[in-house]
Design a protein around this ligand. Structure first.
Ligand code: PLP
Length: 491
């Protein structure tokens, strides 16, 4: 374990020695100016900033060690359900680093940025094709922002027809971003009951539909990893009452080339390029959540829209009914290059194989675990499976304990306690990029933990012992981070 070796326990401030530096520049041969002569007094510090003074070797070792303490899909299996932590092919990175893309200023005039505009236009067409939507905006920077854009377009649509609709219906199995973006767009959120398998309760839907409802928003496949089988009936019931139907497309990895939201009757759907289309999730780095719509919502698309006129590409700003601009410049362009590359390297058959294998892998995991953990629903699953630690909880071991023990066994934990409708939920999404060997190692670890819960629960309750930190107060760690690491035993 790298953290047990010397040096891993130091902050860069503790490595600091006065006068030590990482640069080697020749003596200055021009007159040195005093900043106080050049800058207004209110912009000058009274005391120098307390920056670490370290050598180049110190800097390189420090950050290389930090990177070794990190956990990512390039080093390990990452079965975090709903998040689709699949491998990100490195050819995507090569393409995004082509100087013509990398160095292009976003304000370069259209006649000098035709290649970038063409790529955006083609990516939007590709996403429209896989989803059965008529138009796609590439601007939103995350799934959540795609949701916001979609709901704002729905709002503008109803208002343009002179209808005041104030409510959005969302099942209780939904991802937290669904009610959040809906509320941000000014709607009130009405929670619908799900049936035990996560399907929508049609009677409850019928009861709530009415002239004050703007939209119904659902994840398909749903957050239990199951395909909502009554979806045609649901979209028809909604449309009969003038209600728009939104598909949270975060689970698109399950249906590529198999079915399309547009064909299922959805009016709007967003994509998570950082999930389905292999752009990096990158520790808070840029995401991309394009949003697709049917023709009747086109006037409300965010500006600008990339258009093609003959052989020329351009940005169209003249859209009077647009919901406006959502994002700096034209979205996270580097992510668009990566997603375009992924779609082109896979091709239609390759994309279809992605979903076939994602579903196969999840079902393999589910079958291997079903004797050891409670299932959340009978029958096969789609691209992820949800099991419950209900049985283990009776022995004093919770889903959280199991997640912590997995870290000691060398695996990132599945999503825990989501979806909220499953007690002690563990949501496992293996993705298509993992080998059978890796899936078996993970299942072996899960089965070992189920046995330990019966025979040696203390080892689970003590976990993790191999990580840089043990169990954190999660709220405290987020609100009052303690950056100093104390080696085990020295607390
Ligand atoms: C990830 C996810 C979202 C939100 O997407 P972000 O890109 O994280 O904003 C919404 N719904 C579901 C089901 C998701 O898995």
């Amino acid at each position: 374990m790298p953290t047990a070796r010397p040096g891993y326990d130091k902050l860069i401030f503790e490595l600091s020695r006065p006068g030590r530096h990482a640069h080697s520049l020749p003596e200055c041969d021009v007159p040195v100016s005093d900043p106080a002569q050049l800058l207004p007094a209110q912009h000058l510090r009274a005391t120098a900033a307390e920056l670490p003074e370290v050598s180049e070797v110190d800097v390189i070792r420090h950050y290389s060690r930090l990177s070794q303490m990190n956990y990512g899909v390039d080093t390990h299996f990452y079965p975090l359900g709903s998040c689709t932590m699949k491998y990100n092919p490195k050819i995507n990175e090569d393409m995004a680093r082509l100087p013509g893309f990398l160095r292009l200023h976003p304000l370069t005039p259209a006649d000098a940025s035709q290649g970038a505009l063409q790529l955006m236009h083609e990516l939007a067409l590709d996403l429209a094709e896989v989803s059965g939507m008529d138009h796609v905006s590439l601007q939103p920077a995350a799934g959540a922002q795609g949701e916001l854009a979609g709901v704002l377009m729905i709002r503008a649509y109803h208002l343009a027809r002179g209808e005041r609709r104030t409510k959005v219906l969302i099942p209780d199995s939904a991802h937290g971003t669904n009610p959040a973006s809906t509320a941000l767009a000014g709607f009130s959120v009405v929670e619908l009951k799900s049936e035990a398998n996560g399907d929508v309760d049609l009677l409850d839907l019928e009861r709530h539909l009415g002239p004050d409802v703007a939209a119904f928003m659902i994840t398909q496949p749903n957050t239990l990893g199951l395909f909502e089988s009554k979806i045609h009936q649901i979209t028809e019931m909604c449309h009969a009452q003038g209600v728009q139907v939104y598909m949270d497309g975060a689970n698109f990895n399950a249906i590529l080339g198999i079915t399309r939201p547009g064909d299922l009757g959805f009016d709007v759907c967003h994509f998570n390029l950082h999930k389905t289309f292999t752009t990096p999730h990158g520790g808070g780095g840029p995401g991309s959540g394009p949003v697709g719509i049917k023709d009747h919502l086109a006037p409300f698309l965010p500006t600008p829209v990339v258009v093609k006129d003959g052989d020329e590409y351009a940005l169209d700003w003249s859209r009077p009914q647009s919901i406006g601009k959502l994002q700096a410049f034209w979205g996270n362009f580097g992510m668009l290059v990566r997603a375009w590359t992924y779609i082109r390297t896979m091709g239609p058959d390759g994309l279809r194989a992605v979903s076939d294998n994602a579903v196969l892998n999840a079902n393999y995991v589910l079958r291997r675990l079903e004797d050891h953990y409670d299932r959340s629903a009978p029958g096969p699953c789609m691209h992820e499976c949800v099991v419950s630690a209900r049985r283990q909880k009776k022995l004093g071991i919770t889903a959280m304990d199991i997640a912590k023990r997995l870290l000691d066994l060398g695996f990132y934990a599945p999503s825990t306690y989501f979806p909220l409708i499953v007690e002690e939920a563990l949501m496992i999404e293996p993705t298509e990029t993992e080998s059978k060997e890796t899936l078996d190692e993970f299942c072996d670890a899960m089965i070992q933990i189920a046995r330990e819960a019966r025979e040696n629960p203390q080892i689970i309750l003590d976990a993790p012992v191999t990580t840089p930190v043990r169990r954190l107060d999660q709220t405290g760690a987020a609100r009052q981070p303690r950056l100093k690491w104390t080696p085990p035993g020295k607390a």
